[in-house]
Design a protein around this ligand. Sequence first.
Ligand code: SF4
Length: 233
Amino acid sequence: MSDLADIVADLRARVRYYASLTDLGLPPRPATMAPVDEPAASIGEAASDAAAGLQGVRDRVGDCQRCKLAGGRRNIVFGQGNPSARLMFVGEAPGAEEDAQGLAFVGRAGQLLTDIIEKGLKIPRRDVFIANVLMCRPPENRNPEPDEIIACQPFLEQKIDLIRPKVLVGLGKFGAQWLLKTAEPISRLRGRVGDYKGIRVVATYHPAFLLRTPSAKKEVWEDMKVVLSLLAE
Ligand code: SF4
């Protein structure tokens, strides 16, 4: 009975999340979300290795014009790291420095994330994969909008399907909510282990938030200890 209650609660959370992304309050159907040429599953099967598969995704992204952010970006920030990473981070969107360089998490928040990975987790940053919910910078670093998240979603799904990390970390509200398909606040999502297509998910605060609120580093370290224990299983 409690399993059924959990399933119903999970379904309700997913419906609320998708309702928060759509005017209609209906889940977006992958087939109609964006004109991506191939579904993620067939890409995963066709790719003989993750690196080639990721290059294929990048090729399909091309000079993407699938949402309104295309007009203001300087570079598409595809994400970078080890295509066979056991640990993958999903953040929100590129900032100014990321937009300028075309690389994820290279500004001040990126340096802090590097410290979390290398000094905290003791993992070389090149061994993880880092991506964002959006690949283009929102103007003035505003929050991602629902139509943008939906338009970019198939590409992130494909990256995760190809990398198949052991653990996913959702950085901040947008990364965590996207992975867990819920509209719950990050303060409630962190501190427990979630699931994305059979991959364990840990939610934690975004490094940009940590720059403004250093006292939250304690909670992030607690979350990273959970990550380490999951990686060790
Ligand atoms: S944010 Fe994503 S969907 Fe929108 S233009 Fe950039 S790559 Fe395309």
